[in-house]
Design a protein around this ligand. Structure first.
Ligand SMILES: CC(C)(COP(=O)(O)OP(=O)(O)OC[C@H]1O[C@@H](n2cnc3c(N)ncnc32)[C@H](O)[C@@H]1OP(=O)(O)O)[C@@H](O)C(=O)NCCC(=O)NCCS
Length: 111
């Protein structure tokens, strides 16, 4: 489950930051609410908590989806921080934040 959330977080933050090179810096506040059994459908939802200079923190929620009645029940939630890196693996400023998330910046936009 954590590996799925990590992958989803990387894909989501890459889109939000317009950069394919995002690495996981921190995984915190993991809450396992319900068990998941083989064969169950899991949907993962993400939202941006904050965007710093080189880092972005997101909240991810995995929900168990019922094909019988369409209901969704939270199974796991986590907060993760990803850092934008360059080709040498060094942190670099996030500069291409998607319009709808620009208000989540906690630091001035880098020039
Ligand atoms: C990601 C990495 C390049 C960052 O390098 P660093 O020397 O820690 O860089 P910095 O100290 O400049 O911190 C970079 C950002 O991370 C944030 N950060 C540092 N420690 C943090 C922590 N414990 N939790 C959350 N954010 C943190 C900093 O605040 C900074 O964000 P900002 O620029 O928005 O303010 C480096 O730590 C690394 O390569 N880690 C391994 C990544 C990895 O392999 N991930 C996969 C794990 S399976």
């Amino acid at each position: 489950m954590l590996a799925w959330l990590d992958e989803a977080g990387a894909a989501f933050t890459s889109q939000v930051c317009g950069s394919p090179r995002m690495v996981t810096k921190c995984i915190s506040k993991v809450i396992f609410q319900r068990p998941v059994r083989p064969g169950q459908i899991i949907k993962i939802y993400a939202d941006v908590v904050k965007i710093g200079n080189t880092s972005i923190t997101v909240k991810l929620e995995a929900r168990r989806h019922s094909v019988v009645n369409g209901s969704q029940k939270p199974v796991c939630e986590v907060e993760m921080t990803f850092v934008r890196i360059d080709g040498d693996g060094e942190p670099v400023p996030i500069i291409n934040v998607k319009k709808e998330y620009q208000d989540r910046r906690t630091k001035p936009k880098p020039e």
